[in-house]
Design a protein around this ligand. Structure first.
Ligand code: C2E
Ligand code: CA
Ligand code: CA
Length: 886
């Protein structure tokens, strides 16, 4: 039922009973109101009478008590009139008799000539004695009024000096005197307020009324209330308390107000409502039944029209939705198809008879059996639901959905009623959607793979697949707090491939890459699965592991890596060799300082390389100190180079037979600003690391050429100067260009090359430079011959002008016959190849003689002269001192 129906429904049941119901209601209401009115008037009168009765009692008591008190005092006043000279004793005796009567009197005072002379009781009132009323501001007025009017004046209630409150009555007293009757004075009596109230029943808790009294000092006209609440607005019952001098207005209402007094009226009202209800209820019920009948009728009508509209709407919906309806008589097998069903199966909409066969034939042959089976199986359950394909005459394929239900009704044969519609568009759409979803999923999967790949790439080295520098940083950060693998410690092995650059340069980058992959495999194989292996630079690797297993474990790990790395690796038929240097640092207390760990491992690595590669070193404090020192020296060397502190010293070379000076070797010296002259072993290794040896070589060469020119100029006749050339300088592609800038006379300059230089036959630059050096007319000498691995073949290839037998071989010849023979054969080789032979380290003349006899051409050594500074060297030459020595 919708909202308007409800409305209608409500109105309809009111309809037939509305008029009589309303009339009854109005009459009932009017009668009720009248009765209620009458009832409340009666009630109110009753209440007022009862309040009045109760109040009158109080009023009477009040009046009686006050007047009683006054009567008592009047008695005293009469006695005083006759005994004007009464003493305090007599006064007290009299008053005490008064006080024996039941009264509210509290105290009495007598004041002849208006000065208080006697009081009772005396105790507590002593201070009043001697009080002159004329001089007392507060009391003067009342006292004088009593005297002047000659009447009792009652004032109060007032707050008493002695505490509490009271009414004060002033009685004028006249007494007989010899001159006749005259004003004697005043008697004051104090009535206790609280007692008066209590005795009059005013403060009685059982009192049913609320009382207020107005008229302080008996002046009711001024309305000054002194007792009870203000009742003036509550329509109180009132009366007067008449006093000897004026009156009080007393007012009263029931306790809690008038309304509580009318309790009876509610019962009356309830009775009236009940009576009304008894009359109205039957009218209502009748009306309701009538209404319901009308309602049912209307509902029937509504339903009928709803059904009509529903079937119209259904028709429309079927039409719009292209849903076809069919029916099958299960007894005869006869079917009825509507136009749309015919259309779905591609049959003419001719209303002709149809059978199950029509349907079966329309279904696609591939699906016929299963569709048929489906139909037979499900129709038995009373519900059928199926989807199948239909092949139309023109070859169009259609997807059809069919739903049907068994329809059973008494009197007619059982039938199946069904609907079917073309869902081809849906199926196609679904198919498209499914494909689209699949595509999206595939794409998402690809994206996810790509993301993982990118993430992996960002943290891994693409060549070896090992974690990269970034990953290492991340790991260090991650494990800083608790150590590696929560061990509280961490060890870092910094691994650097030795000779990797050469392999890269000589065999190509592919070979280099293969070596790196090999190296990474070696590292992975030797580390545990928990260890972290990363490639952090071209040929640099790092292994992170826990340090808790101790240095021995770390040492063994490093040892294994060093050993396996030095094994040759075959690349495209070539055997490649390289090695590794490893620096190890460990932190053993978390939190770890990752930065320091890295630096320390680096220092240790540096030391490992310094100590000859293919080895490992642990970081230590001593090592660090050394590094600091090396760093200082390195700085000094760089400064020294700027300040020209590197100078050439000279050591002469002599013809073995004539002892003529045939040449001079220039040797580098460092004039340290504070530590004096330093020999090459004190600075060469560091200069090597600093990569400045070539610079030193160049400086010495320039100084040597300058010296040679100078010696020529002063006629010292030095035929040739030899300089030492480092491998680094020989590797310099710009060496030859640099040399060409200098004016070098052919045959006057010789380069001493250490023999290890020739081992590297693969190095094109070195080979080419050596050829060019020769072209420039510079002699090439092999230095330190006999200590390295120079072969006869390499000698042949290089064809040096001279070879210089190392001083280690020369030194023992005086005592060692065999050594002498070795030297003799070297000389023979030189001779046979047309190479001059120089002997260095000739320390004594005995050596000189032997070497000369063995066939050495040139001699150099302390026997003749130590290396000398340029000036000393010139002096030495001038003096020709060696000739005397020999
Ligand atoms: P070296 O080329 O073998 O130089 C000869 C070394 O033998 C010099 O040492 C020289 O003082 C020392 N010597 C000479 N006669 C005797 C002797 O009778 N007995 C002994 N025991 N020693 C003798 P120095 O000057 O200390 O030079 C050491 C090495 O430093 C040189 O060995 C050379 O390899 C290198 N060197 C010196 N100057 C240069 C330079 O300008 N450039 C390069 N690259 N290396 C240099
Ligand atoms: Ca030399
Ligand atoms: Ca040498």
């Amino acid at each position: 039922m919708n909202a308007t129906d409800m409305q209608e429904h409500r109105l309809s049941w009111l309809g037939p009973t509305l008029v009589p119901g309303l009339v009854a209601l109005v009459l009932l209401f009017a009668g009720g109101v009248y009765l209620d009115r009458q009832n409340s008037v009666l009630n109110e009168e009753r209440a007022r009478a009862s309040v009045m009765a109760e109040m009158s009692l109080v009023r009477a008591k009040l009046e009686g008590n006050i007047n009683g008190n006054i009567q008592l005092v009047r008695g005293l006043v009469s006695v005083i009139s006759t005994e004007p000279n009464m003493t305090q004793g007599r006064f007290a005796a009299l008053v005490s008799i008064l006080f024996e009567e039941k009264s509210q009197l509290r105290s009495v005072a007598a004041a002849p000539d208006l000065v208080v002379a006697m009081t009772y009781p005396l105790a507590g009132n002593e201070r009043a004695i001697g009080l002159d009323y004329r001089k007392n501001e507060a009391q003067r007025e009342a006292v004088l009024r009593a005297r002047d009017t000659n009447k009792l004046v009652l004032a109060g209630p007032v707050d008493l000096v002695q505490g509490g409150r009271g009414f004060v009555g002033r009685f004028p007293v006249h007494a007989d005197t010899p001159a006749g009757r005259a004003f004697w004075g005043v008697v004051s009596a104090v009535v206790d307020v609280d007692r008066l109230y209590a005795d009059s029943g005013l403060t009685d808790n059982n009192l049913g009324i609320e009382i207020s009294i107005a008229g302080r000092d008996g002046v009711a006209d001024e309305g000054t209330r002194f007792f009870g609440p203000d009742l003036s607005n509550d329509n109180p019952v009132t009366a007067q308390v008449v006093l000897p001098s004026g009156y009080w207005e007393i007012a009263a209402i029931p306790k809690g107000g008038w309304s509580t007094a009318h309790g009876g009226s509610w019962l009356m009202r309830a009775l009236m409502v009940l009576a009304g209800a008894l009359i109205l209820l039957p009218i209502g019920i009748t009306g309701r039944l009538l209404g319901e009948r009308q309602q049912h009728y209307r509902e029937l009508k509504t339903r009928e029209s709803a059904l009509e509209s529903l079937s119209r709407r259904l028709g429309l919906a079927l039409d719009v939705s292209k849903v076809g309806v069919w029916e099958m008589d299960l007894a005869t097998g006869q079917e009825t198809w509507d136009d749309r069903t015919n259309e779905v199966y591609g049959l003419p909409a001719d209303g002709g008879p149809r059978s199950h066969e029509h349907w079966r034939r329309a279904v696609h042959p591939d699906g016929q059996a299963s569709a048929e089976d489906n139909f037979r199986r499900m129709i038995r359950t009373g519900r059928y639901e199926s989807t199948y394909r239909v092949l139309l005459g023109d070859g169009t394929l259609r997807h059809v959905r069919s739903v049907a239900a068994l329809y059973r009704e008494p009197g007619i044969p059982d039938r199946v009623v069904g609907v079917n519609w073309d869902i081809t568009a849906d199926v196609v759409l679904n198919e498209d959607l499914r494909r689209a979803t699949q595509l999206t999923e595939a794409r998402n999967h690809e994206l996810e793979l790509a993301r993982v790949r990118i993430e992996h790439n960002a943290l891994h080295d693409s060549l070896t697949g090992l974690p990269n520098r970034r990953y290492l940083d991340e790991m260090l950060r991650r494990h800083a707090a608790t150590g590696f693998g929560d061990s509280g410690s961490m060890a870092l092995l910094h691994i650097d491939l030795d000779r990797f650059k050469q392999i890269n340069d000589t065999m190509g980058h592919a070979a280099g890459d293969a070596m790196l992959v090999h190296a990474s495999a070696v590292l992975r194989d030797n580390c545990s699965n928990d260890d972290f292996v990363a490639r952090i630079g071209g040929d640099e690797f790092v292994v992170l592991t826990k340090a808790s297993a101790g240095d021995i474990y770390l040492g063994e790990l490093a040892e294994r890596i060093v050993e396996q790395m030095r094994l040759p690796v075959t690349y495209e038929g070539h055997e490649c060799r390289f090695g590794v240097s490893i620096g190890i640092a460990a932190e053993r207390t978390a939190p770890l300082d990752a930065k320091r760990l890295l630096i320390n491992a680096d220092i240790a690595l540096y030391r490992a390389k310094g100590r000859g590669r293919n080895r490992y070193e642990f970081f230590s404090e001593a090592l660090q100190a050394e590094v600091v020192k090396t760093k200082r020296v390195a700085d000094e060397i760089l400064n020294g180079l700027e300040r020209n502190e590197f100078v050439a010293w000279f050591q002469p070379q002599f013809d073995a037979h004539t002892l003529d000076v045939v040449g001079v070797e220039a040797l580098a010296r460092w004039q340290h600003p504070t530590e004096g002259i330093k020999a090459p072993d004190a600075f060469m290794p560091i200069a090597e690391e600093l990569n400045v040896v070539a610079t030193v070589d160049r400086l010495i060469l320039e100084q040597s050429l300058a010296a040679l020119a100078r010696w020529d100029a002063i006629g010292l006749g030095v035929p040739r100067v030899s300089v030492n050339v480092s491998l680094r300088r020989l590797n310099d592609e710009d060496l030859i260009d640099g040399l060409k800038q200098l004016s070098i006379e052919p045959g006057r300059l010789s380069f001493e090359l250490v023999e290890s230089i020739y081992l590297d036959e693969g190095d094109a630059v070195v080979g080419w430079n050596i050829d060019q050096i020769k072209e420039l007319g510079i002699d090439v000498e092999i230095d330190d011959f006999g200590t390295g691995y120079a072969s006869i073949v390499s000698l042949q290839k290089l064809r040096p002008t001279r070879l210089k037998i190392d001083r280690q071989l020369v030194s023992p010849i005086v005592v060692d016959q065999g050594q002498r023979r070795l030297l003799a054969s070297i000389v023979d080789i030189g001779k046979s190849m047309g190479i001059e032979v120089v002997a260095e380290g000739v320390e004594t003349m005995e050596h000189a003689a032997i070497l000369r006899d063995l066939g050495c051409d040139i001699l150099q050594g302390y026997a003749f002269s130590r290396p000398l500074a340029a000036a000393d060297f010139e002096a030495f030459l001038k003096a020709q001192a060696w000739r005397q020595a020999s």
